[in-house]
Design a protein around this ligand. Structure first.
Ligand code: HEM
Length: 410
């Protein structure tokens, strides 16, 4: 099995300035299961084929989430301090017990309807405020409107609080990137984490007092009041939903605008009505693969792709690579806005499959619908700046000019 010493897959700079897609494509072709070492002793097995990534996602017996889902922690497998209390780092049976109240209160059909209306209002308001000739950084001015709408509804907060929460979660996830955290990343990470936890804790206390369960945080607060959910579990999962919601879809939206700029002929199929926004959304999700990988720890030997990964090994499931696997997608490196039966795996699979997937899909689809209906368009005027992260694929700068849509023929 290929062993890569000092692997580029650890490097945020490699993801920002180089071509991780090509690197992963070569692994997928020649060494679909490989080991990646860092000089401090940390190592993980990389799964790059769709079938292997999927098999790992659904094997909840052999693969654990409790040791952290990011390649980052200690090189000794230690349980995450929130394991058993926060969705993303919990195994069964705790995971199911936590996920149920979150899903029913935050991601019901009724909540989806409310989220959809708020996100559309926010996007429309932001686009309506723009005139031909305006120049702006899309990633900072428009993209945050998507998760802002979600926070407003799920957390029952106003736009100002939503903006505050957005800024703090951005530092938490992007702390390695100077664009978000400045020169002292670890201090920024700790401060931001405390800020988010305190904010959500205050909210839960307030909502416990006012007794309303009309949104997700209100519902969790009532569970705390009734004694069916410990307060720390409610707070940690508020944090999980806030981070999951804030640090993904804005990047997907920025990458969508960049892709449209590069793929005008494909985009025209949406504006002309030839391809539905729902079909297009699936291809944007595949193409952008915002959450590049997730990590697991094997708690038993795990056989995958003809290899045995021994117990106690970290394994990274590369979503971005699985989404370009020619065994599953015809012509995988071509952006096909009308791709039929798109089996993109951007949201993962199995019991941890993104609980926010319906919300994220709705946000992106709503954004696409509003862009397609807009009489203007965004033209990218400078090369974008990519986020320095191996975990989230996104843009921290996307300079665009607002142009007349007819001029571009879209
Ligand atoms: C394009 C946008 C998004 C992508 C690509 C994405 C990706 C993912 C992936 C791959 C997982 C699985 C993690 C694992 O198996 O360890 C996940 C889990 C999760 N996501 Fe998302 N996500 C997105 C949007 C959202 C949104 C909008 C929310 C909330 C509003 C959200 C909240 C969560 C939560 C709470 C989990 C943990 C679920 C669990 O462990 O049961 N995500 N997401």
């Amino acid at each position: 099995m290929l062993v890569v010493e000092d692997s580029p897959l650890y490097s945020p700079e490699f993801f920002a300035d180089d071509d991780p897609w090509a690197y992963l494509a070569a692994l997928r072709e020649n060494d679909p299961v490989s080991v990646h070492r860092r000089d401090d002793g940390y190592e993980f097995y990389a799964l790059t084929r769709y079938a292997d990534v999927y098999a790992a996602y659904v094997d909840h017996q052999r693969l654990s989430s409790a040791y952290g889902t990011m390649i980052d922690g200690s090189y000794l497998p230690q349980k995450d301090s929130a394991s058993g209390r926060m969705l993303i780092v919990s195994d069964q049976p705790e995971h199911s017990a936590i996920r149920k109240p979150i899903k029913t209160s935050g991601f019901s059909r009724d909540m989806l309807g409310r989220v959809g209306r708020t996100v559309r209002r926010n996007i429309r308001g932001a686009l309506d405020g723009l005139s031909v000739g305006d120049r702006l950084d899309f990633s900072k001015v428009i993209a945050p409107e998507l998760p802002k709408g979600v926070l407003e509804v799920l957390f029952g907060i106003g736009a100002e609080d939503a903006n505050h929460l957005l800024e703090a979660t951005r530092t938490m996830i992007g702390y390695r990137d100077e664009a978000y955290a400045g020169a002292r990343p670890l201090d920024a990470l700790v401060d931001a984490q405390l800020d988010v936890l305190e904010f959500i804790d205050d909210l839960i206390v307030k909502r416990t007092v006012d007794g309303s369960a009309e949104d997700m945080i209100g519902f969790l607060a009532q569970c705390v009041a009734e004694g069916t959910m410990p307060r720390d579990v409610a707070v940690l999962n508020g944090l999980n939903v806030a981070v999951g919601g804030n640090e993904t879809t804005p990047h997907t939206a920025s990458l969508t605008v960049h892709t449209i700029d590069q793929e005008r002929d494909e985009w025209r199929k949406v504006t002309s009505g030839e391809v539905g926004p729902d079909v297009a959304t699936q291809e944007f999700l595949r193409w952008t693969s915002t959450n590049s990988y997730v990590q697991r720890l094997t708690v038993e030997d795990f056989e995958v792709g003809g290899h045995i990964i021994p117990a106690n090994s970290f394994v990274a499931l590369w979503n971005m690579s699985a989404n370009r696997d020619s065994q599953v997608f015809d012509d995988p490196d071509t952006f096909r806005i009308d791709r039929p039966e798109n089996k993109q795996i951007a949201f993962g699979a199995g019991v941890h499959r993104c609980v926010g997937a319906p919300v994220a899909t709705l946000e992106i689809q709503t954004f696409i619908e509003e862009l397609a209906d807009w009489d203007k368009a965004f033209a990218v005027i400078d090369p974008p700046r990519r986020l320095h992260s191996n975990f989230m694929l996104g843009l921290t700068e996307l300079e665009v000019e607002v142009v007349d849509a007819k001029e571009l023929g879209t």
